[in-house]
Design a protein around this ligand. Sequence first.
Ligand code: C2E
Ligand code: CA
Ligand code: CA
Length: 583
Amino acid sequence: MMVTAATYESLMQFLYQAPIGLVQTTLAGDIEMMNPTTARLLMPLSRDGGLDNLFTALENVAPRLRHMAAAVDQPSGVVCDSLRIPLPATGGSAGSVVLSISMLKLDEARLVAVINDVTLEVQREQEGLSRTLGVAERVDKLTGLPNRFAVLERLQASMKLAAKEPGHEFALLYMNGDRFKQINDSLGYAVGDKLLSLIAERLRSTLRSRPRDGPGTLGGPLIARIGGDEFAVLLDDLKPPNNVYGVAQRLVDQLAKPYTIGTHELFCSVSMGVVLRDTASADADAVLQDASLAMAEAKRAGGMRFVLFEPGMHSRATHRASLEVDLRLALTDDQLFVVYQPVVGLQGKQSAEGIVERSAGVEALVRWQHPLRGVVPPFEFISVAEECGLIDALGEFVLRTACRQFVQWQAQLGARAPRTLAVNLSRGQLGEPGLISIVDGILRSSGMPPAQLQLEVTESLAAQGESALAKLRELKALGLTLALDDFGTGYSSLSSLHQIPVDTVKIDRSFVSKADTSLHHRVLIEATIHVAHSLGMNTVAEGIETQAQADVVRQLGADKGQGYLFSKPLLSADLVKWLEIEK
Ligand code: C2E
Ligand code: CA
Ligand code: CA
């Protein structure tokens, strides 16, 4: 291009008016030329109102610039490219101004610099960064699901909406894995992590196939991982008629199905607490807490189910908390004791009067003599003990006491002594790594003959997969026998009975109590006895209260019976008397 005087003039005009700062200096930084933008940008840095030297002006904010320029020893070259210079915030201005400076050594005598105000650019970058940070803060790294933060935020939003729109419904579903800890402890964190990812995936796929309840107001359901093995689902697109229970049940069902990890087939059902809009507190944190209270009730009821939150749970939780404090004392203060309920043979020898029931054994049942509350029933405190980690100490106490007592009866009563001792093993105990050696130690120290000890486990416990079954086999290797307690109330069926290494099946009281009035229950009892016998197991009918019930279960082939008809659980001294009368 030919540079005419006119084009030169317009170029100068352009440079002069450009919204970027242009400045030319000597190698020492003395300003030879600058445009008004430069003056505007640098003026705040000038202490005396003059702008003579660029390096002096920038002395406080970019002290290195002078040295950088001097360091370029070639005749020409780049001094710096887009060097960012944050200026000190001046009073009243929101956020500090950031300049960007690019400097070139033009020749042996001159430097030129381009100065930009990049404040907005920097702000935008920071916002972008905090947006990604914000996302990271709201995402669980392992599963990629939103986390607790995210749930609280959206819950808050949903609650706000509900306050404005009476028709807006929402429900918070809070889930906790029923036996994640055992899996994690026995198979390691890598398997645990994988399992959590699979649970997350199953939640997603189950909800993806959810029939829509209505047009969404805040988007689809929010699925989140809010802690170790705790997940939450926020359904906030509910329109009447909605079906929260249907969704909750479907999740419970789907999550109860096995997961395959490597060679392991793992079961990790969930307990779920559900809070509906109607019973929701005003604060998102409190809603989450209420959901976890309901979840804990679902867990206590045996897991693999959902429980709806209701405000009465608060006082129950307080009651349990005080029980927990008291129970710790009870263990050290001798407030616990053991009673024994006779288990009698039903298929005994004939006598002139008919069939004679013979004492076969006893079941040890724990009792708590509370200093103020009186006798607290086990269903109130066993679950408390499980939750607060006292179940091992409690279980050990019962086993030790009962074994000692049994040995004492043998010495005292000889042939009249009970022949077997049944002791309950709770869910929490089977997961305990030291269980086998504890049981072994008690057998040895008490002198209890292992073959006469029977440990009772519940169905749900026995149906918990391979590691639980392995534990049961280890127990049996000590020489004792096992019973499946409360059969019929849990989830394992007759068809899976052969997989559980037990010697005895105890048919639950809920069946026995209807044995004489309901054909349906009679058929189930008969089938249970039949299958048990075919597997070489014997049977106990629990909770027999009437002669009619006793007669029916005896006819159906039950080997033994237990219940108030024969005797309530008794103190040792009363049991000794009862044995006298029975003989
Ligand atoms: P379970 O193992 O099924 O024990 C039988 C329960 O039924 C006992 O209640 C017993 O008193 C009661 N029962 C027996 N015969 C009858 C009857 O004819 N009618 C009625 N209505 N009830 C009858 P208990 O002692 O209150 O124990 C309740 C549950 O607490 C037990 O159920 C067991 O699961 C648990 N438990 C009791 N003691 C212990 C223990 O030492 N350790 C553990 N882990 N659990 C225990
Ligand atoms: Ca039992
Ligand atoms: Ca039972």
